[in-house]
Design a protein around this ligand. Structure first.
Ligand code: NAD
Length: 358
């Protein structure tokens, strides 16, 4: 075992079915009397229904959250926070809504209760990515970590199967990268392997029967673990590639993560044998990258970047940007290797075996 450093994240997690009923008690613990409920426009009705159950403990609802936390949306939400004299936020939704709660906390230090309804995992991290026009700036600060996270499996039943599949694989990618992170540790590895196992067990059942509670429970449990490890260690190649494909080519977040995952794993496989052994064990397969690809195919997740709108003529530029700035990764970032990875991911091929080190 390597030497390691462990930094625990101070957050409280309530997990189960029907746990939304515990929200008033959790608000009391934090002393919240005039909370602002946050949501995306499609989840406004659910947010208003929640607000109605909380009566005058809720100051209002802001249902303007969108992907990638644009600062102009945060500015509008901040005006509402001030006008209503809100004393905390309740973010009901996926990473977009939770991102808005974090952006408000960054500016005000108001306490946050996150109620996640996707598998993205943002609620467990001290990371906030905000966009100003085209530019994205990401920071890590304990100020944005939600004080309380309420995972209610019942709230995930409405997540459509296709979104469940891509959101789940997006989460799983964080666990795979956590296993070979430069700052990983034995406890993170335990959680990451368990996360992959739980998602691999849950997602096929979720897709086959989206209203089935056991599959949903496994998937959300796995998502919690994935978010936890994302908040504890640095991400590598997979994360960087997806950042480039999303930021410079406008590809959709969760789908891109899902497509790239088996190929990023294959690129690193020979340089991270212990991590790959854990991934394979969690998936119950011989070969980790192949197992990740097969799981994606089985749950109907997209397999090719070309189906997400990337043009083949853009692959050279994507490889160029992705190999420009060095960062920690088990296998050195080699432009030709990245270009080959992107070609395979673009075409939706099964991942190729990476060359042995040395
Ligand atoms: P999202 O929050 O945008 O949700 C996707 C869509 O699904 C939205 O329209 C939403 O209203 C809808 N939805 C959510 N839950 C639903 C449910 N249960 N039933 C029906 N519809 C539902 O997407 P996401 O993938 O959860 O989050 C992506 C965002 O989160 C990105 O901006 C990403 O950068 C960010 N993120 C941040 C971190 C972090 O640590 N800072 C981690 C992961 C993701």
């Amino acid at each position: 075992m390597r030497d390691f450093t462990w930094t625990g994240q101070p957050s409280r997690v309530v997990f189960g079915e029907g746990t939304l009923a515990r929200l008033p008690a959790e608000m009391d613990r934090l002393g919240l009397k005039r909370a602002l409920v946050l949501a995306t426009p499609p989840q406004e009705t659910t947010a208003r229904e929640l607000a109605a159950t909380l009566g005058d403990r809720v100051a209002g609802v802001f249902a303007g959250a969108v992907m990638h936390t644009p600062v102009e949306v945060t500015d509008r939400a901040m005006a509402v926070v001030r006008d209503l004299g809100a004393d905390g936020t309740i973010a009901l939704g996926g990473g977009s809504t939770i991102g808005l709660g974090k952006a408000i906390a960054l500016r005000t230090d108001l306490p946050q209760i996150a109620v996640p309804t996707t598998y993205a995992g943002s609620e467990m991290t001290d990371i906030l990515g905000e966009t100003v026009g085209e530019a994205k700036r990401t920071q890590r600060t304990p100020k944005v970590l939600p004080e309380v996270v309420i995972y209610d499996v019942a709230l995930t039943l409405s997540l459509p199967p296709a979104l469940s599949a891509t959101s789940g694989l997006n989460a799983m990618a964080h666990a795979v990268e956590a296993l070979y992170a430069p700052d990983t540790n034995p406890v993170v590895a335990l959680m990451a392997e368990e996360a992959i196992r739980a998602l691999a067990r849950g997602l096929p059942r979720v897709v086959a029967a989206p209203g089935g509670m056991p599959g949903r429970r496994d998937a959300l449990y796995g998502a919690w673990l994935c978010g936890t490890v994302l908040g504890m260690v640095a991400m590598s190649l997979h994360h960087k590639l997806c950042h480039v494909l999303g930021g410079s080519f406008g590809l959709p977040h969760a789908e891109t993560h899902a497509v790239v995952l088996p190929h990023a794993a294959a690129y690193n496989a020979a340089h991270a044998p212990d991590a790959m052994a854990r991934v394979a064990r969690a998936l119950g397969v011989e070969d980790a990258p192949r197992g990740l690809h097969d799981l994606a195919a089985r749950i109907g997740s997209p397999l090719a970047l070309r189906d997400l709108g990337l043009k083949e003529s853009e692959l050279d530029r994507a490889a160029e940007i992705a190999s420009r700035d060095p960062y920690a990764n088990p296998r050195p970032i080699e432009r030709e290797g990245i270009r080959a990875l992107l070609q395979d991911a673009w075409a939706g091929l099964t991942p190729r075996r990476s060359p042995l080190p040395g």
